[in-house]
Design a protein around this ligand. Structure first.
Ligand SMILES: *Cc1c(COP(=O)(O)O)cnc(C)c1O
Length: 414
């Protein structure tokens, strides 16, 4: 874990140690993200970049093209957000889309009829729905597999996928998939390796460094970080794939709105700083949960007993701030617990400054029947927290109070 801030822009690169081209002061990804697009306004010398809402841009003369002509195809504000995201992931470029799902859908368009998409059985519900529906109408084939099972790589090789989809950590049990191993297989068989990096953000994991070809984000979550934009992005390791993804984004008309891009860029400036507080609070929450009698199990990659802890230690640069746990006392205890909490709103989504609690069995995974939930390990007492950046002591005190009340309820049930 190597995450350090650079306090002065003229010093040597710190933090992730990745520096700019020579001839200019070295700058880490932290500094580049905080300062993304500054001084982009020659007209008025505004420090912060202006927002360009215009849908069109004038031509100098017939046939004389400028950099921009029409906002669906290109927009300066959206380009600044795309550059910042690409910089964070260490990619050659990025496309900013209208939602995480539109980012997923443009990547899936790289597949032709008959080609196989290999996806994790516990991928994001919206991805599961899209891939299944597209496969049912013959756009491509899909297989959902447990990528963490022994022998999964060899079985996948025999299936000959064209695109390998990874989501790590998974939702809600935070299963860890070995990116380098799957990207290695993709390289051997000529498949495209895509990682949905929404849960960790590029501060905590950089999949391109482990051999992935594309990274997908729901920028709705950590990148924007303030729960006031729905957006997405695709980052590419090489220009060929970037061009294809950009072509589809324009053709399908799913590029992000300039205003959303502006807010997302604004949110990203504080991503590194937010991430430190998210993590500090998440670790305090994990130990509070682990101490309590009414908690049967805690799921977080930082725990040495977590399956995938070793892989997480290797491939992640932070543990992340999503924490899942099982309450004894099932549904009744869950209702008491959620009703007592003051600082955790019962809501879907994640990655904002505010703390949230979700009940997967009745919320994010409600479309799965009881048997499917059981097979996926989704207990009725399972809860998922998105730990925010409020004062950690307030969050822990709030949880402890709610846990004690849930315990009383669980005891009455016995
Ligand atoms: C939220 C989410 C998505 C979908 O993103 P939207 O912005 O809601 O369209 C995809 N993948 C993961 C892991 C997510 O959490």
């Amino acid at each position: 874990m190597n995450r350090e801030s650079l306090t002065n822009g003229s010093g040597p690169a710190a933090g992730d140690g990745r520096t700019e081209e020579s001839g200019r002061p070295a700058r880490s990804r932290v500094t580049r993200t905080v300062r993304a697009g500054l001084h982009a306004d020659p007209a008025h010398r505004a420090v912060m970049p202006p927002i360009h809402l215009s849908s069109n841009f004038h031509f100098e003369a017939p046939g004389v093209f400028g950099r921009y002509d029409y906002t669906r195809s290109g927009n300066p504000t959206r380009d600044l957000a795309a550059e910042a995201i690409a910089g964070l992931e260490g990619g050659c470029g990025a496309v900013v889309t209208s939602s995480g799902m539109s980012a997923v859908s443009v990547v899936a368009r790289l597949l032709s009829a008959g080609e196989l998409l290999l996806a994790p059985h516990d991928c994001y519900g919206g991805c599961h729905r899209l891939f299944s529906a597209e496969a049912a109408r013959g756009s491509y084939r899909v297989r959902f597999v447990d990528q963490t099972a022994p022998g999964a790589l060899e079985r996948a090789r025999a299936l000959g996928p064209r695109l390998i989809w990874i989501e790590t950590p998974s939702n809600p049990l935070l299963r860890i998939t070995d990116i380098a191993a799957w990207a290695g297989l993709a390289g051997e068989i000529g498949a495209i390796c895509v990682v949905d990096n929404t849960f960790l953000s590029p501060v905590n994991q950089q999949p391109l460094d482990h051999g992935a070809d594309l990274v997908v984000h729901s920028t709705t979550k950590f990148l924007n970080g303030h729960s006031d934009v729905v957006g997405g992005a695709v980052v590419a390791a090489d220009p060929g794939l970037l061009e294809e993804v950009a072509w589809w984004t324009n053709a399908a008309g799913v590029a992000g709105a300039p205003f959303d891009a502006y807010l997302t860029l604004r949110g990203m400036r504080t991503l590194h700083a937010r991430t430190r507080v998210h993590e500090e609070n998440a670790l305090a929450v994990v130990s509070a949960l682990a101490r309590h009698e009414v908690v049967r199990r805690v799921y977080h990659p930082s725990l040495p007993g977590h399956p995938g802890h070793g892989i997480a230690r290797r491939q992640q640069t932070g543990w992340g701030s999503l924490v899942s746990f099982e309450l004894r006392g099932g549904r009744e205890a869950v209702e008491v617990f959620a009703g007592v909490l003051e600082h955790f709103a019962l809501a879907e989504s994640l990655g904002g400054v505010e703390s949230l609690v979700a009940h997967p069995a009745t919320m994010t995974h409600a479309s799965m029947d009881e048997q499917a939930q059981a097979a996926a390990g989704i207990d009725k007492g399972l809860l998922r927290l998105s730990v925010g950046i409020e004062a950690g002591t307030d969050l822990v005190a709030d949880l402890e109070r709610a846990l004690s009340r849930a315990e009383e309820a669980a005891c009455q049930l016995v």
